[in-house]
Write a protein that binds this ligand. Structure first.
Ligand SMILES: Nc1nc2c(ncn2[C@@H]2O[C@H](COP(=O)(O)OP(=O)(O)OP(=O)(O)O)[C@@H](O)[C@H]2O)c(=O)[nH]1
Ligand SMILES: [Mg+2]
Length: 421
C-alpha cells in the first residue's frame, strides 16, 4: 500500500503563563512587581524533504503537538519558549485545511518549510500591570492557546521526468542504471507497486526521475495499478516512454500507452515525450524502420537502448538533459487566500439567562477574560475597566442589572458590583 493521502491534527504549543511576583530585598518590605512573562508556545512546522517519498508516517501517527511555553519566573525572568515540532513530509505534498479543503501550500522543493500551526504567545507577567495608582498589581495573564486544526495532505510527486510504459518494459531497470535508486526489477509484470524516485546526474545536470508501476489497457479508468499512480507523473516536465522491442508489436504498445494517457488526461498526452526502444540486446527488433517512422510522425524523438547492458543510455541521458533545459520548471499550486469574511468587530451580546443571571457572549471578550488571572480587587478593577471600555457595563445597567447578581463571561463568573465603577 502506498500512502499518498492523510488526515492529521496539528496544534501549536500554548503560550506560558505570566506570573505574579514581587521583588524581595532585605530592607525593602514591599518590593515592586517582578513577575515575568510566559514563553511562546512552539510551532508545528512541515519540512519538505527529499528523503521522504510517501505519507506513510501519517498512517499511525495523526496528532502532532508542539511544546507549550514555560511559565514566567520571578526577577522578571521570561519563561522558556516551547520547542518547535518539525515534521518531515515528501516534496510534492499538498496541504489543505481538512474541513474547507482550502489549499494552504504546495511544498514543492526540498528544504521548504511551512508553519502549519503557530504557538500561542506567552501571557504577561505582573510587571506590565503596574500603574501610578496600582503599585503592587496582582494581575497576570495566561498564555494564548496555540493554533489547532485538521489538515488534509495529498502527495503528488514532483519530478522532472516520468517513466511510462507497459509492465515489464524495463522502466525500473533503466532507473537503477541511471540513478542512485534501487528499485526492484523482475521478469514479471507489476514488479513495481509504488513509485520510485531517483536522482540522475549527467553531464553536470541533475534531475529527478519517477518510475511508476506499468500501465495496461484501461489504466486510465483504474485497470492494473495505473489509475492511482498516473497522478504521480502529472507533475513532471517530460515523459520518457519505454517500449519493449522484444515483444510482438512495439508500435501497438506505444500507441496503446499514449491512448491511456490521453484518456486519463489530455493535458498529459501533450506533455513532451521521448520514446525509448528498450531491450535492443535481444536483437528481436524486425520493424525498426517502421517504429522510427511512427514515432517521427508524432514529432517525437526515438532512442534505442539496452537498459541491461547500458548500450545507448548515455545518448538518451544527453537527449533528456537537452530537452529538460528547454522546458520551464514545474509550477507549484498557488495557495488560496482565506475566505475574506466580512470582518465585523463582533459586539458582545448580553443575554438574560435567568432572574439574576446574565451572560456576556462574544469571542473577543471571552478570550480576553479567559486569559486573565484574577487575584484581588486590583485585578477586578482592571477587569471592570476592560468590560466598561467595551460598553458592557452600560448595557448591563440599561438592562437592569443590580448589585450582587451573577455575570458569566465564558468560563469566568463574578458578582456584579458598582463598587469599581
Ligand atoms: N534483455 C533485456 N532485458 C531487460 C532489459 N531491460 C529490462 N529487462 C528485463 O525486463 C524485466 C522487467 O524489467 P523491469 O525493469 O522490472 O520492468 P518495469 O518496466 O519496471 O516493470 P513493472 O515494474 O512491472 O512495470 C526484467 O527481467 C529485466 O531484467 C534490457 O535492456 N534487455
Ligand atoms: Mg518497475
Amino acid at each position: 500500500m502506498f500512502f499518498d493521502e492523510a488526515k492529521i491534527y496539528v496544534k501549536g504549543g500554548d503560550g506560558g503563563t505570566g506570573i505574579v511576583s514581587f521583588r524581595r530585598e532585605k530592607y525593602v518590605p514591599h518590593g515592586g512587581p517582578d513577575g515575568g512573562d510566559g514563553g511562546k508556545g512552539g510551532d508545528v512546522i512541515f519540512l519538505a524533504d527529499d528523503g521522504e517519498s510517501t505519507l506513510g508516517t501519517f498512517r499511525y501517527r495523526k496528532h502532532f503537538k508542539a511544546e507549550n511555553g514555560k511559565s514566567g519566573e520571578s526577577a522578571k525572568r521570561r519563561g522558556a519558549n516551547g520547542e518547535n515540532l518539525v515534521v518531515k513530509v515528501p516534496v510534492g505534498t499538498i496541504v489543505r485545511e481538512a474541513e474547507t479543503k482550502r489549499l494552504i501550500a504546495d511544498l514543492s522543493y526540498s528544504g521548504q518549510e511551512l508553519v502549519v500551526a503557530r504557538g500561542g504567545t506567552g501571557g504577561l507577567g505582573n510587571i506590565h500591570f503596574s500603574t501610578s495608582t496600582r503599585q503592587a498589581p496582582r494581575i497576570a495573564q495566561r498564555g494564548k492557546m496555540g493554533e489547532e486544526l485538521w489538515l488534509h495532505l495529498e502527495l503528488k510527486l514532483i519530478a522532472d521526468v516520468g517513466l511510462v510504459g507497459y509492465p515489464n518494459a524495463g522502466k525500473s531497470t533503466l532507473l537503477s542504471r541511471i540513478s542512485n535508486a534501487k528499485p526492484k526489477v523482475a521478469d514479471y509484470p507489476f514488479t513495481t507497486v509504488v513509485p520510485n524516485l531517483g536522482v540522475v546526474e549527467s553531464l553536470g545536470e541533475t534531475f529527478v526521475v519517477a518510475d511508476i508501476p506499468g500501465l495496461i489497457d484501461g489504466a486510465h479508468s483504474g485497470a492494473g495499478l495505473g489509475h492511482d499512480f498516473l497522478k504521480h507523473i502529472e507533475r513532471t516536465r517530460l515523459l520518457v516512454h519505454l517500449v519493449d522491442v522484444s515483444q510482438e508489436n512495439p508500435i501497438a504498445a506505444y500507441r496503446q500507452i499514449n491512448q491511456e494517457l490521453e484518456l486519463y488526461s489530455p493535458e498529459l498526452a501533450t506533455r513532451p515525450q521521448i520514446v525509448v526502444a528498450n531491450k535492443i540486446d535481444t536483437g528481436l527488433l524486425d520493424a525498426k524502420e517502421e517504429l522510427s517512422a511512427a514515432i517521427k510522425a508524432d514529432g517525437r524523438e526515438l532512442y534505442f537502448i539496452s537498459a541491461i547492458s547500458g548500450q545507448g543510455v548515455d545518448e538518451l541521458l544527453r537527449g533528456i538533459g537537452g530537452l529538460l533545459s528547454q522546458l520551464p520548471p514545474p509550477q507549484p499550486l498557488e495557495p488560496e487566500e482565506e475566505e475574506t469574511a466580512i470582518i465585523r468587530e463582533e459586539k458582545p451580546q448580553i443575554i438574560s439567562e435567568a432572574p439574576g443571571l446574565w451572560r456576556v457572549a462574544g469571542k473577543n471578550i471571552e478570550e480576553l477574560i479567559a486569559r486573565l488571572n484574577v487575584y484581588d480587587d486590583d485585578a477586578l478593577r482592571y477587569f471592570y475597566r476592560i468590560i466598561k471600555s467595551q460598553g458592557i457595563i452600560e448595557e448591563l445597567r440599561r438592562r437592569g442589572v443590580s448589585e450582587g447578581e451573577t455575570v458569566v463571561i465564558g468560563e469566568v463568573e463574578f458578582e456584579y458590583t458598582d463598587r469599581f465603577i
